[in-house]
Design a protein around this ligand. Structure first.
Ligand SMILES: Nc1nc2c(ncn2[C@@H]2O[C@H](COP(=O)(O)OP(=O)(O)O)[C@@H](O)[C@H]2O)c(=O)[nH]1
Ligand SMILES: [Mg+2]
Length: 370
């Protein structure tokens, strides 16, 4: 199975497209349906013309819910970026695109929809100036172009690198709930590795047993990445499982509360270079098994000096952190450069599961943002 996320400004037609492609309602909450707006992550799946299974993580486009959006985008390998023909490039088109770039998600489709309302050419031109992905014009309303979109999605997922089925599991939890008679169930996007029923995994430093597994609603004994997966945990109270925590393979991961980061200054939306550390790249060498390079990248600062407080987004987690600049120049990874403070004074926050070989985002936003 393959998993991709939607992205794009609110009301541009993301959920309509997911609904049209899958026949599944991604807006799960009554409040979402009443307001006609995605608030939290939605999940839907379909079979593509090739027979490949594809699941969507449908994200909210409204700026108030960017944290939810990042929790959905964090673990996926590719994106369907949606732009409304009659609206053009807007604030969260830009913000979502920056998040996609910052996360290092470099595969996707650009879909200009609502083409029944307006000639898509101007919106397409705006988006093409920023996004070099294959582009399609459709209407989620009339269904025009959806067959081409299905074929485009097939091409997209067939080009994705196969995930490592033997990699240590790190399942970022995006939902947790109780099923009567079964107990606590958590869901997430499995980006790498394999989970089997009976496996021992680690939640909050405690070992928990996988009692049951489901993939898109079907019970299975084993699931290999990439997949949307629901894990029934034995003897875990619902309160212990929540979005932002991760189910980890035992003895494969270290937990850290401190990371060093370095800026990757690049031009902001206006084209002008941001003053101080527009983007920040951080690395940690914390994989116990020593396989592969660890990269946690990058964070975004909207100009001005590095703020003292920020929100770090990694996987499905968003964690308030304190920042301490190391100095005017970027420190070498793993070593303090002359004139810089010790590397472990870089950034401190609550302990996080991870880091790992997955790409993650450190995004500067208002610490109080929901
Ligand atoms: N005419 C027309 N309306 C659309 C189309 N796609 C979405 N809409 C409408 O646009 C509004 C926002 O769509 P929605 O899918 O909720 O946008 P989202 O916020 O990006 O998920 C809804 O009222 C949809 O019915 C389309 O292709 N054509
Ligand atoms: Mg929506």
């Amino acid at each position: 199975m393959y998993v991709i996320a939607t992205a794009g400004h609110v009301d541009h037609g993301k959920s309509t497209l997911v609904r049209a492609l899958t026949g599944i309602e991604p807006d799960r909450w009554a409040e979402e349906r009443r307001r006609g707006m995605t608030i939290d992550l939605g999940f839907a799946w379909t079979t593509l013309p090739s027979g490949r299974r594809l699941a969507f993580v449908d994200v909210p486009g409204h700026e108030r819910f960017v944290t939810n959006m990042l929790a959905g985008l964090g673990p996926v390998p590719a994106v369907m970026f949606v732009l409304a023909a009659d609206q053009g490039w807007q604030a969260q088109s830009q913000e979502h695109w920056e998040a996609i770039e910052a996360l290092g998600v470099d595969r996707g489709l650009l879909v200009v929809t609502r083409c029944d309302l307006m000639d898509p050419a101007p919106a397409l031109e705006q988006a093409r100036a920023r996004i070099s992905w294959p582009a399609l014009t459709v209407s989620g309303g009339t269904g025009a172009g959806l067959d081409e979109l299905r074929r485009g999605l097939d091409l997209l997922v067939s080009s994705l690198p196969a995930p490592d089925a033997g990699a240590p599991v790190r399942l970022w939890i995006d939902r947790a709930f109780t099923i009567k008679g079964a107990g606590t169930v958590v869901t997430g996007t499995l980006a790498a590795g394999t989970i089997r029923t009976g496996d021992l995994l680690v939640l909050d430093d405690e070992r928990v047993r996988v009692k049951g597994l489901q993939v898109t609603g079907e019970p299975v004994d084993e699931v290999t990445a990439t997949a949307r997966v629901a894990v029934n945990l034995r003897g875990v109270e619902r309160e212990r499982a929540a979005r932002g925590k991760a189910l980890l393979a035992p003895d494969a991961w270290l937990t850290t509360g401190v990371v060093d980061a370095r800026t990757d200054a690049r031009a902001g939306a206006s084209g002008a270079p941001r003053q101080a550390g527009a983007h920040v790249d951080a690395r940690m060498d914390a994989r116990v098994d020593g396989r592969g390079e660890v990269r946690v990248a990058p964070w975004r600062v909207d100009g001005g000096p590095v703020p003292r407080e920020a929100v770090l987004h990694i996987g499905s987690a968003s964690v308030p952190v304190r920042l301490r600049p190391l100095g005017p120049g970027p420190p070498d990874h793993g070593a303090a450069s002359p004139g810089h403070e010790a590397p472990d004074s870089g950034l401190a926050g609550r302990a996080l599961p991870g880091p790992g070989s997955g790409l993650s985002l450190i995004h500067i936003s208002e610490p109080t943002r929901p």
